[in-house]
Design a protein around this ligand. Structure first.
Ligand code: M1P
Length: 262
């Protein structure tokens, strides 16, 4: 029988701090936005994993989390006990896939098409300084809409973020969508720098809690966008979690050292 990476750590039900899991947002919490994790954070997570169960819950798909967290050829699925990509729509427990769901199956092709056409028309008419490619990214549990396009470079991202703070391009489109598709039962979340996420109500980060709530009595959640409207808000506020607001990865490190005596 082959030895799994997960076997290097104590079994989930036998970690020194019992019945406890720490869940982390990715962008702005474990890594700088869309950037790679630091060696210091990786070392600390390993130490933490010897004491409690750990997992991440990110809005992006697993490919992106692999890029950001799986540095030096590491497989992100091995690095955490729980991997929740797309808010938990794609989920792994100790390397084993958990049941999944799908945005377009839930909404229906026809309704989705009407919405996608509306978004693309709106973006086509936008007069913003820069446009790149991939204005709608189709994911498993959500769509991600970006007025500048997901192919923007790091510098273009930063510039758009600053521009959007003044002009509210994303906010305006979200308001229009809320009004036009009021009967669709969707939630909108401006979580990152250049885009917003659209998903069925309840498919925010709390979606992943169904996979941990039976196994753990204490669920810590760490995130940077824990304010109302941020994509960490619902899970941060949820009665099943103990929420921690952090400002950047260095802050997460400090908080973990204090909380878990690392
Ligand atoms: O994790 C926060 C957000 O990160 C990305 O946002 P952006 O590309 O706008 O910086 C996206 O993956 C988004 O889905 C996610 O919520």
């Amino acid at each position: 029988m082959s030895i799994s990476v997960h076997d290097q750590y104590p079994p989930l039900n036998d970690r020194p701090i019992k019945n406890t899991v720490c869940l982390f947002d990715v962008d702005g919490t474990l890594t700088p936005a869309r950037r790679s994790v630091s060696p210091e954070m990786l070392a600390l997570l390993q130490k933490l994993r010897n004491k409690v169960a750990i997992g991440f819950v990110g809005g992006s798909d697993l490919v992106k989390q692999q890029e950001q967290l799986g540095v030096n050829g590491a497989n992100v699925i091995d690095m955490f006990d729980y991997c929740f990509a797309e808010n938990g729509l794609t989920a792994y427990r100790q390397g084993v896939a958990l049941p999944s769901n799908n945005f377009v199956r839930w909404l229906g092709e026809e309704k989705y098409k009407v919405m996608a056409n509306f978004i693309l028309h709106h973006i086509a008419d936008l007069d913003i300084p820069v446009k790149r490619g991939t204005f709608i990214e189709f994911r498993n549990g959500m769509i991600n809409v970006s007025p500048i396009g997901r192919n923007a470079s790091i510098q273009e991202r930063n510039e758009f973020e600053a521009y959007d703070k003044i002009h509210g391009v994303r906010k305006e489109l979200v308001e229009k969508l809320k009004e036009k598709f009021a009967d669709y039962g969707l939630t909108y979340s401006i979580g990152g720098q250049i885009s917003f996420d659209v998903f069925p109500q309840g498919w925010d980060k709390t979606y992943c809690l169904q996979h941990v709530q039976k196994e753990f009595e204490t669920i810590h959640f760490f995130g940077d966008k824990t304010y109302q409207g941020g994509n960490d808000y619902e899970i941060f506020e949820d009665s099943r979690t103990i929420g921690h607001t952090v400002t950047k990865p260095e802050d997460t490190i400090e908080e973990l050292k204090k909380l878990f005596d690392l």
